[in-house]
Design a protein around this ligand. Structure first.
Ligand code: XMP
Length: 509
């Protein structure tokens, strides 16, 4: 059995991020609610425990508290932000409302401590707090401060209890990764023996045991998350998993066939591909408004899925490719709500099932990709750029026809090929073509043309909330433009979109 760290969740925004930073060091971490019984924690035999931050004040009665006995288990503890204040409170120190709240990057001064080994005495840390530790508990030494926070870190080295007011897990804390490494390897004595294949093997075994002979249904989109979730489940329960792949006819060139081939031929999965192009295109005929397009596609998707699911009969579980960022954005768990997300909750009342299974809900995107590779899913799927649910419907401006979709598919395929040929397919976050509703005059072979303008778009972003336009080399754009106007009929002009988000969005519709 590999070593485990417990991340005890007190409702902080970054609790999974902490777990992920731990896992980055090949030490397995799991997040459990603060209500987890002490006995269960003792039995699991964790190498260390991290208390997360949280939005509360330790003195409020309704705030999450914990049995002080946790500090006496003999397991090293690191408290972060609220977690640090809770240690103070539980061990008899004093927490007060800080005269100056700190939000954002602040200069940190550290003293000699095992937690701060290999870290300069002055660096930057990320703070986000209104309360602070005004008097550490007896037996604790203050090991760091900032201008407005006299106790930014403290420790009871003898008992292995450490506390930091700042957030080592966020990138704004310059040496945060080193601080966590020091805790894991120098304080907890971890060896770093956990690898992604353990997660895969463990998940497969768990689901095999949990599901047994029961039936599972999965809505497969061909996107990274649903593909990885489906293959994982397939490895666990084989043909008892049925995947429904609704082909709405709005996919990129050859995409539907590629998806089908991987899952049917390579993995021999029970995949039903529903050719619903006609159904979707007839519903979309003449529709110009982008939100209307989205609504029609979303509803039709559910109807098609429902029709197919009915043919299968009742199932016990529904698999979803929810990943951790979807969970935080939806404000599930103990974190505060930020915004609702369309992936979570997914297909509501249309299928009769007992439970939703979300095998990737604790993972970040790059971890999901690692799982995908581990499962043997080909790179073109694992490294696929995001593709919107409504597909090319929101990349053909104005009304949608099959002819316009085909023009766009051919042009988009050329652009993607040229990006891949230039080795840019992993550094540009998302890149695609848009068939605009602008026609312009051109000249081809001495004759006047009056054809479509195609827009190319490439963006670089971490979270898609904001984005830079990708500085794709001119030669690559030139080659793509030349090939598109030569090889794709009805396009006589190609433009490149050089707008950031905001003010523009990534998609044009
Ligand atoms: P925007 O255009 O909002 O796009 O800047 C941000 C990211 O979201 C994707 N996107 C969608 N994904 N359904 C989806 O599943 C949609 O309706 C939708 N609209 C935009 C977009 O491709 C980009 O990755």
């Amino acid at each position: 059995m590999y070593e485990k760290i417990l991340v005890l969740d007190f409702g902080g925004q970054y609790n999974q991020l902490i777990a992920r930073r731990v896992r980055d060091n090949n030490v397995y971490a799991e997040v459990l609610p603060y209500t987890t019984p002490l006995e269960k924690i003792r039995e699991t035999g964790y190498k260390g425990i991290i208390f997360t931050g949280g939005p509360n004040s330790v003195y409020k009665e309704e705030s999450p508290h914990y049995d002080p006995a946790i500090l006496k288990l003999g397991v090293p503890v690191l408290g972060i932000c609220y977690g640090a204040q809770l240690i103070t409170y539980m061990a008899g120190g004093v927490i007060e409302s800080a005269p100056v709240s700190e939000y954002g990057p602040v200069e940190l001064h550290v003293e000699q401590s095992v937690l701060f080994e290999d870290i300069p005495s002055h660096s930057s840390c990320y703070m986000s707090h209104t309360d602070y530790i005004s008097r550490p508990p007896a037996g604790y030494t203050v090991t760091a401060h900032t201008a407005d926070c006299p106790c930014a870190a403290m420790e009871d080295r003898e008992h292995g209890i450490y506390a930091v007011q700042f957030h080592p897990e966020v990138t704004h804390t310059e040496y945060g990764k080193q601080i966590l490494r020091n805790f894991l390897f120098r304080v907890c004595g971890c060896k770093g023996d956990w690898i992604m294949s353990d997660f895969v093997a463990r998940s497969i075994a768990e689901y095999r045991e949990k599901i047994g002979d029961r039936k599972v249904l999965c809505a497969m989109s061909g996107g990274v998350d649903s593909s990885v979730a489906a293959v994982l489940l397939h490895k666990a329960i084989g043909k008892n998993l049925t995947c429904i792949f609704v082909d709405h006819g709005l996919m990129r060139k050859n995409e539907g066939d590629e998806v089908e081939s991987v899952f049917k031929k390579q993995f021999d999965m029970n995949l039903i591909r529903v050719n619903a192009e006609e159904r979707f295109l007839s519903k979309l005929a003449g529709v110009v408004d982008p939100e209307q397009k989205r609504k029609i596609i979303g509803e039709e998707f559910i109807r098609v899925f429902e029709d197919e699911a009915k043919k299968i009969g009742s199932v016990d579980y529904l698999v979803q490719g929810t990943i951790y960022p979807d969970v935080i954005e939806s404000g599930l768990g103990a974190s505060a709500v930020i915004k609702s997300h369309h992936n979570v909750g997914g297909l509501p009342d249309c299928v009769d099932f007992k439970e939703i299974i979300e095998p990737l809900r604790d993972l970040f995107k790059d971890e999901v990709r690692k799982v995908g590779t581990e499962l043997g899913i080909p790179d073109f799927l694992v490294w696929r750029q995001p593709f919107p649910g409504p597909g090319l419907a929101i990349r053909v401006m104005d009304d949608i026809t099959r002819e316009k979709l085909d023009i766009l598919r051919d042009a988009d395929a050329i652009f993607r090929q040229e990006i891949a040929n230039a080795g840019l397919d992993r550094s540009v976050s998302q890149y695609f073509a848009v068939l605009t509703n602008v026609r312009s005059v051109g000249v081809m072979g001495d004759a006047r043309t009056y054809e479509y303008t195609l827009a190319l778009r490439g963006v670089v972003t971490d979270d898609f909330m904001t984005a830079e336009w990708a500085k794709i080399p001119y030669e690559v754009l030139e080659k793509a433009s030349k090939r598109i106007t030569n090889e794709v009929k009805h396009i006589n002009r190609v433009v490149y979109d050089i707008t950031t988000k905001p003010p523009a969005t990534v998609e044009w519709e």
